[in-house]
Design a protein around this ligand. Sequence first.
Ligand code: G1P
Ligand code: ZN
Length: 552
Amino acid sequence: MSNSIPNKQAPIIVSLDSPFTDQKPGTSGLRKSSKHFAQKNYLESFVEAIFQTLPGVQGGTLVLGGDGRYGNENAINVIIAMGAAHGLKKIITTTKGILSTPAASHLIRSQKAIGGIILSASHNSGGPDGDFGVKINGPNGGPASEALTNSIYECTKSLKEYQILQGSLIPLDQTDIYSIGSMKVEVIDGVEDYISLMEKLFDFDKIASLLRDDFKIVFDAMHAVTGPYAKQLLEKVIGAPNGTVRNYVPLTDFGGGHPDPNLTYAKELADLLLNQDFYDFGAACDGDGDRNMILGKSCFVNPSDSLAVLTANSSLVPAYANGLIGVARSMPTSSAVDVVAKDLQINAYETPTGWKFFGNLLDKNLITICGEESFGTGSNHIREKDGLWAVLFWLQILAEKKCTVYDVMQQHWNKYGRHYYSRHDYEEIPINIANEIYSKLEQGLPSLSQQKFAGHLVTHADNFSYEDSVDGSITTNQGLRILLEGNNRVILRLSGTGTKGATLRIYLERYVSNTGDLNQNPQKALSPLITAINDLTKIHTLSGKNHPSVIT
Ligand code: G1P
Ligand code: ZN
């Protein structure tokens, strides 16, 4: 039996004074400040363009939810009222509107939905002074393709009106079914399906036995979406002690924090593992639950290394015990995983930054595991990166190997050598200055070839472009690469996800074979490369910043 929502019967048409004039949404959908989203008819215009463009809206099912940030529940109600006006058959949403990105991806796939709308600005801060975002996912559960994003954007340019049903709001406080006009709204628990999926991939009993062996773990949900998932999964299902999951209540402003699991923004957790000695394992996820940071006692796992370790130890996880088909990493991610892939005799693909590029490879069954240096790892179980999946994967490895995170890393480097790696981010640079730094380096690339850079010969320098082997599409301008002899390199890239000014990212990588010094401080090991690129780009002088805003 479904409850009818009063007065939500006939759609009304709202005229727009002027069309939506933003630039094209980025790799993660439309991400702007909450204030920007508060402009009259702004959200509605974008949603109208989605409903006019997304294939299958008439009679289709849509998955809808978000990371709980300021604006989440309001946007859910707007999208429900507009979805009903556009002829959707059903919207599946969740209690309190809480739905992590990986859980949404799974739900889209399991419910055979036409796609999903995820309300999140990922790891960006939230609240009235923070950011908001609208991400669109396609029927494979992954981020919308470039073509769909372009069509939605084109549609926004000529919009004259939008359609919406008016009336009372849907209560999101408990699971229930409603009908609105001829559309159904199912409010489900957003956590359960995801946990059953994880149960199919991992051996929870084995992980539980690790925890019973006095192996102490801590998880920081950063007051974001993974709180309810991790609490249920780690404490209730696997049996970790109460209190294992910190900051587990999702807050609209993430408690004033920045839900970005790195050493800067998850400092409290990092201190627990790196400067104190109680816990054996620590992890955190970001705003919408797709990113992860892994820490051991006195040990930070670089995300590029994490991808390589998961790949190398995949046979220890039930879901991957029969072997991997292939792996993929984004271009700026270190080539640590390539070395493992070579050893496993499987293909390793190099794609542009952004999860959507893995979608085709996963759909065509060319890869099993993929990841990015930006704290994202995932597999063919869904079409998004998955923070808690990575945490469980690590716990499974530790449960099987019965050793510390530090030992896992040492064993890995002793076998494959170490890719010293770091990313230096310069945030909130005026856009014209960032463009100047970038284009000057780009113009200078041809003259670097066959010259020495930080003492290494430059073997190749270019602006990375990618031809998708599945659909033939070409993506250009993906970052300036200076490739050096001996598997070393430096990359300069402009971020596509910032909302204030421009962010320049410098990626540094130096390979040391397993006979070299494997226990240096990464910043020290990379310092000749750091000095060389800083001098070449004059980034400190031109940006007015003497230090990167974030070092990973
Ligand atoms: C950043 C990360 C990238 C990730 C994206 C979405 O993009 O670097 O790996 O896919 O967020 O989470 P960027 O700001 O670098 O364009
Ligand atoms: Zn995210």
